[in-house]
Design a protein around this ligand. Structure first.
Ligand code: SAM
Length: 362
């Protein structure tokens, strides 16, 4: 049920925070539930899209309201976002938006100009070769490409799409040529499946000039195959890379890099010669929920306050019931107050989330 904006003086001026005081500055929005890959650890391959997608104008309205509340970064995801018609035009619209708060968290005065949003995209890269330049021209700042192997055969076994590696590599090169670099490459490691690729990915980072980020596998898969044993944990990845010796006489050993921000999810490393960058995102072994600054909108317009939430909040339903921007802003403030303290992966009380990754938007 919608309520009017809070009557308390100044309440609408505070930036979006949850009940633990975490400022919510990052939005991930899924623009389609469809995907052209069937990655073995993500989807069964039997199910297609399970949720609808909204007209782009409705996503833009949601983003505009959230930016008014303090969102500074927007990441477009899916499903596979490059399948979405109107994506380039959507980016162009997002690029016109300006932040509503100063760096110190105070609200800008009327007439005071905010900064452009940080606009990023997560994609499997299959359609990136053609779309990288138009997306950059429209105002996209950064792209993250998901690649779970740098060996073409293993890659095709994971995506279940023939010759996918060549397509994605061409997409990475196109993104670099378009000025979307440094491109981030995200890799989810599964024991016994692609964990032999760790050192090859390090070489790939150095050779291709991309930031490789290893992500621990989370229990968010469609076919429910997650076990603690399948997860290749941060300490093991670090051990392997510390023992690895890059070619051309560079001594073995990772060199830590400083974090860009407290809310940064990746621990960052380079090598002794400064060539290549490896990030490790360890939600299972080293959770970072205490610094979480995120909220997500699914393709069908629901808000998720955590990847592991047990339910969604039907923002689109509130819109359809005629909510004004002020009412929707008040609704979003209430929803964010329900953001979970942390996830419970690996604990006896862990409950499977109500949606899996591909239907949330990673
Ligand atoms: N199709 C796009 C892509 O491939 O990047 C965006 C959606 S995809 C679901 C987003 C990311 O979630 C991918 O990097 C994928 O590897 C990751 N992912 C999927 N299931 C995961 C899981 N159970 N644990 C960790 N990451 C997962």
């Amino acid at each position: 049920m919608l309520e009017g904006a809070e009557a308390r003086p100044g309440a609408g001026q505070e930036r979006l925070r949850d009940s633990f005081g975490r400022a919510i500055t990052d939005l991930r929005i899924s623009v389609t539930d469809r995907c052209n890959y069937k990655c073995v650890y993500c989807r069964t391959g039997n199910e297609g899209a399970q949720y609808t997608e909204l007209p782009v104008a409705h996503y833009l309205r949601m983003v505009r309201i959230l930016v008014g509340l303090g969102i500074e970064k927007v990441r477009l995801t899916g499903g596979e976002p490059l399948l979405r018609e109107g994506l380039v035009e959507m980016v162009a619209e997002l690029a016109q938006m300006r932040t509503a708060y100063r760096h110190d968290g105070t609200k800008l005065e009327a007439g005071e100009m905010g900064e452009p949003l940080d606009l990023a995209l997560t994609t499997n890269g299959h359609l990136l070769e053609k779309l990288a330049a138009p997306l950059k021209a429209a105002g996209l700042n950064r792209v993250t490409v998901s690649m779970d192997a740098v060996d073409p055969e293993t890659f095709a076994r994971i995506t279940r799409v023939p010759r996918s590696y060549e397509r994605v590599l061409a997409g990475v090169h196109a993104a670099q040529a378009a000025g979307l670099g440094p491109v981030k490459v995200n890799c989810v490691l599964l024991r016994g499946f692609n964990d032999s690729q760790i050192e090859a990915f390090a070489e790939f980072s150095r050779r291709e000039g991309v930031i490789v980020r290893f992500i621990e596998f989370m229990p968010l898969e469609e076919d429910r195959t997650w076990t603690p044993e399948i997860v290749v944990r941060m300490d093991e990845i670090l051990g392997r890379l510390n023992a690895w010796r890059p070619s051309c006489g560079v001594p073995a050993g990772l060199v830590p890099l400083p974090a860009h921000a407290a809310s940064e999810t990746a621990r960052r490393y380079t090598f002794a010669d400064g060539v290549g960058e490896i990030g490790i995102i360890a939600p299972v072994s080293h959770p970072f929920c205490g610094h979480c600054s995120r909220v997500r909108i699914t393709s069908d317009g629901s808000v998720r306050t955590c990847l592991f939430s047990q339910s969604d909040h039907d923002l689109y339903g509130e819109m359809l019931r005629g909510g004004t921007d002020e009412q929707l802003a008040a609704y979003l403030r209430r929803v964010v107050m329900k953001k979970e303290a942390r996830h419970h992966i690996g604990e006896p009380d862990f409950e499977k989330p109500s949606r899996n990754m591909v239907h949330i938007g990673g």
